[in-house]
Design a protein around this ligand. Structure first.
Ligand SMILES: Cc1ncc(COP(=O)(O)O)c(C=O)c1O
Length: 404
């Protein structure tokens, strides 16, 4: 609609843009199509509802999409990270370097295996782990580095991988946000090192709950045993024709397998992923062009060597340009019926980590300062162009109202 065309209510587009939304715009609802629903129904009717043929197919197609050596479907990204650490033999006495600008899962798994998380600060532009900080915190005990591709922007992998190689540490990528991102032309998850993806309800591809571990096939074969009770052979086949009832328990493994009901969703979401990606980019382009000239706002950027997966649109405020802080800014957007979120409350501010490791807010000054001024705008596949216009209008209205 051009600004002079009328909508069904007889309003000009320019007038409509100035009106607050009547209905609340949720931050990140999933988009599930009829294809996913039919595939789930087929799985339910098939008589095989746990790990089975659809999970196998999802693993193969996912690995094919990325160009990965192999893929292991699990019930969450947390499970994938935990399984990978156990498979790598990380345990008590070891250190694992990661970022405070992440969800608790990335760090909790280090605690789960009894190792020590070593947090290091982030880069001011991408908010990804800073390789220079990693270099200062490597010790002979560093067994792994868990870089998180924050918001879907790949970390500076060349530097991280080189540092890890020199110290004999493994890079376990937390790619919960990074599907389908590329670093220097190669998909995140296409390499031999372990990479963990999330298919949680808000993610770029969802199976409700779910995750995938990609990497070297020999590592994945061991991870498969770790992830399913430590059982030898393809235990999931043991109830099928020709399946063997015998198995050995080789170690006290976990119960982390994906079900065929989840995989049914994933198969179709994967087929739609490129289309989903294109739509996310359109929304991002509209937000960024609307906010680029506004002195109170700092839109996210993408470095030239990456293809950003745009899982999150993290807008930063310039506190010196506004009379309100981030929390009030979020409240004002809520009053205008716009749902937002904050990614993330840095790990070192959470009581467990703060108390166990004696962190102060300024232990990681860049993470902390950015936390205080960031908010995530709705970026999902259910947004209409009108929704995007409403978000932009609401953000600019709050800025205009509270400009210093
Ligand atoms: C950076 C990051 N890592 C890990 C996870 C955990 O993913 P899951 O919920 O699939 O276990 C999340 C979840 O939101 C995340 O944002």
């Amino acid at each position: 609609m051009t600004s002079l065309q009328q909508d069904p209510a007889g309003l000009l587009a320019a007038e409509r843009a100035l009106m607050p939304r009547r209905e609340f715009l949720p931050f990140s609802p999933p988009l599930i199509g009829e294809e996913e629903i039919s595939e789930v129904v087929d799985a339910l009717r098939s008589g095989w509802i746990t790990t089975g043929p659809r999970t196998k197919r999802f693993e193969t197609e996912f690995a094919g999409f990325l160009g990965a050596p192999g893929a292991l479907a699990l019930n969450s990204c947390t499970a994938a990270l935990h399984t990978a650490l156990v498979t790598l033999g990380v345990g008590p006495g070891d250190e694992v370097i990661t970022t405070p600008m992440t969800f608790a899962a990335s760090v909790n798994v280090i605690e789960h295996v009894g190792a020590r998380p070593v947090l290091v600060d982030v880069e001011p532009d991408t908010l990804n782990i800073d390789p220079a900080e990693i270099a200062m915190h490597l010790t002979p005990r560093t067994k792994a580095i868990i870089p998180v591709h924050f918001a879907g922007h790949p970390v500076e992998l060349d530097s991280v991988v080189e540092l890890a190689r020199r110290h004999g540490a493994t890079v376990l990528e937390d790619a919960a946000h990074a599907l389908p991102a590329r670093y220097r032309g190669r998909r995140i998850g296409a390499g031999r090192n372990p990479v963990a993806f999330s298919f949680y309800a808000t993610k770029n591809l969802t199976t409700g709950e779910g995750g995938m571990l990609t990497g070297d096939q020999e590592m994945l074969d061991r991870a498969r045993v770790v992830s399913l009770h430590g059982m030898s052979r393809d235990a999931w086949k043991r109830y099928d024709k020709g399946g063997k009832w015998q198995y050995d328990v080789l170690l006290p493994g976990f119960k982390y397998n994906m079900t065929d009901i989840q995989a049914a969703l994933g198969l179709w979401q994967l087929r739609k992923l490129e289309r989903f990606d294109a739509r996310r980019r359109e929304v991002v382009a509209q937000y960024t062009s609307a906010f680029a000239d506004e002195a109170a706002l700092v839109p996210p950027t993408a470095r030239p060597e990456v293809d950003h997966a745009w899982h999150l649109y993290v807008l930063r405020l310039r506190p010196e340009a506004l009379r309100i802080g981030r929390d009030e800014f979020i409240e004002e957007l809520g009053k205008r019926n716009i749902g937002t979120s904050v990614h993330f409350i840095p790990i070192h501010l959470h009581p467990f980590y703060r108390e166990k490791y004696g962190f102060r807010p300024d232990s990681f000054p860049i993470a902390h300062a950015n936390y205080l001024r960031m908010l995530s705008l709705p970026l999902n596949l259910r947004l209409s162009d009108q929704d995007v216009a409403d978000v932009i209008a609401a953000v600019l209205d709050v800025v205009r109202t509270y400009r210093r």
